[in-house]
Design a protein around this ligand. Structure first.
Ligand SMILES: C[S@@+](CC[C@H](N)C(=O)[O-])C[C@H]1O[C@@H](n2cnc3c(N)ncnc32)[C@H](O)[C@@H]1O
Length: 98
């Protein structure tokens, strides 16, 4: 994923099923201008992800929220904002409509 992002001028990423948040945190550590949102159905995973972000010093650029990937109409607004920022048209089309 991180390799695929290279050269695409990605500025904001959305990780659906983010688990403990490692992917977004690693991406933010590589790119100081990147921001991201992670969503996961598991509250414990979101707590771990927020803790990882704090410990890694990127908490000001990432947000981890609880939500069901298959119910995008119920996602917190911050995820919708991420969708508007999708830079890859194919990825944007792959996301569910809401
Ligand atoms: C393999 S982990 C993903 C790890 C993460 N994306 C990464 O690359 O480091 C899969 C995650 O999907 C989450 N998940 C499973 N069903 C889900 C659903 N319906 N909505 C949101 N997250 C879900 C699980 O809780 C788990 O944390």
């Amino acid at each position: 994923m991180l390799q695929a992002m290279q050269g695409r001028k990605v500025k904001r990423m959305l990780d659906v099923g983010c688990g403990g948040g490692q992917l977004i945190v690693d991406a933010c550590l590589r790119d100081p201008s990147l921001t991201g949102v992670g969503i996961d159905i598991d509250r414990n995973a979101i707590a771990w992800a927020n803790d990882l972000a704090r410990r890694s010093g990127v908490a000001d650029r990432v947000e981890f929220v609880v939500g069901d990937a298959f119910a995008p109409k119920t996602w917190p607004a911050v995820c919708t904002e991420s969708r508007r920022s999708v830079h890859d048209e194919r990825a944007a089309r792959a996301l569910p409509a809401w």
